[in-house]
Design a protein around this ligand. Structure first.
Ligand SMILES: *[C@@H]1O[C@H](CO)[C@@H](O)[C@H](O)[C@H]1NC(C)=O
Length: 339
């Protein structure tokens, strides 16, 4: 009697375990889709089919370190170029991202700083490593979009305009050292398990790039692939991201992270690497110039970048804190012949 009750209990336990495992599998299949399409957003194109935007990165310091001065000049240039939107390359809020959706830093570093009329456009943002040190999910929250309707930050997504497609990539999870650094904690909710997250992201990006019929393809991330600034190249991105960009004829890779302005040409593809990470505190005098890069321009002070695109050309310009043009670069593309 005792023995049979014990065996019944064991059988019951086994069945319960099997059921639990089954449930867990079903649950996980829902939570972690093997790979899906990147979220797509469409931005309407002006009647003359041109597209202009500003790029700023590494900015949120409540106006300090010339953030307000850079913002003022962005307003002026934004007006001149009749910009369609602004791109933020991440490190949106220093030092440790936002504490939550109601963190006053959101207004103090964003709403109350970028007040110019021309900057009252949609902002498209990615997360930087500093954003991951706070409540990363807060920046992705629709609540922030209600507090300031200009705000839109997602991890990875596609932004489609008539002639140009932008692919925003969440680069922080690629960087090994953030997973081992003892001094900082990162908010990896939604990222772990890391391997699956990165594999899916690369696959989704490759799929989206392959599917794209846009004449111009621009990839935006926080970390540099190529940089001669303080942080330099990001080896994880050279290894995993760059081959996908090369295989899919990406025109521009735009990033922040290094607090400077840079234009580096690729030595073995047509990709131009553009750093705009000078929205507030700059790293003056911290450059590592070495000769295995085709450095077209580098400036270690504060500033931002503008891009004006027509069907056949892209005009890139970098500005300092006084709004002075420091560097200009034009890329032309031939019209595809009908033959
Ligand atoms: C702000 O910019 C000015 C140049 O207009 C520069 O002299 C000054 O050092 C900058 N301030 C900071 C805190 O970076």
């Amino acid at each position: 009697m005792v023995a049979s009750m014990a065996s019944m209990a064991t059988r019951f336990r086994t069945r319960a375990m099997v059921n639990l495992c089954y449930l867990a599998v079903v649950f996980c299949a829902f939570l972690v889709p093997s790979f899906a399409e990147l979220q797509r957003i469409e931005h309407p194109t002006k009647s003359d089919a041109s597209l202009s935007f500003l790029v700023v990165g590494d900015w949120g310091r409540k106006g300090f370190y010339n953030q307000s001065e850079v913002a003022f000049q962005m307003g002026r240039i934004g007006e001149k170029l009749d910009i369609d939107f602004v791109i933020s390359t991440g490190d949106n809020f220093y030092d440790n991202g936002l504490e939550g959706v109601y963190d006053p830093a959101f207004r103090e570093s964003f709403t109350n700083i970028y007040t110019a009329k021309s900057l009252q456009k949609q902002w498209y943002s990615v997360l930087g490593n500093h954003d991951y040190r706070g409540d990363a999910e807060a920046q992705l929250s629709p609540i922030l979009r209600r507090i300031d309707k200009r705000w839109l930050c997602l991890r990875s997504f596609v932004l489609k305009t008539e002639k140009v497609e932008f692919f925003f990539v969440d680069t922080t999870p690629f960087v090994d050292k953030y997973f081992t650094e003892p001094d900082y904690t990162y908010d990896w909710r939604g990222v772990e398990p890391r391997k699956t997250y990165l594999a899916n992201l690369l696959k989704d990006l490759d799929t989206a790039l392959k599917k794209s019929t846009a004449k111009w393809k621009i990839v935006v991330g926080h970390h540099a692939i190529r940089s001669v600034g303080h942080h330099g190249d990001t080896p994880e991105l050279i290894k995993f991201l760059l081959p996908i960009l090369k295989a899919n004829n990406v025109d521009l890779y735009i990033n922040g992270h290094d607090h400077c302005l840079e234009h580096i040409a690729s030595l073995d593809s047509s990709i131009q690497f553009l750093t705009s990470g000078a929205g507030s505190k700059a790293w003056r005098g911290d450059l590592k110039l070495h000769d295995n890069h085709a450095v077209k321009f580098v400036y270690d002070g504060q500033g931002f970048m503008s891009v004006k695109m027509t069907e056949n050309s892209a005009l890139i310009a970098f500005y300092d804190v006084a709004g002075k043009v420091l560097h200009k670069w034009k890329i032309s593309k031939q019209l595809h012949s009908a033959i």
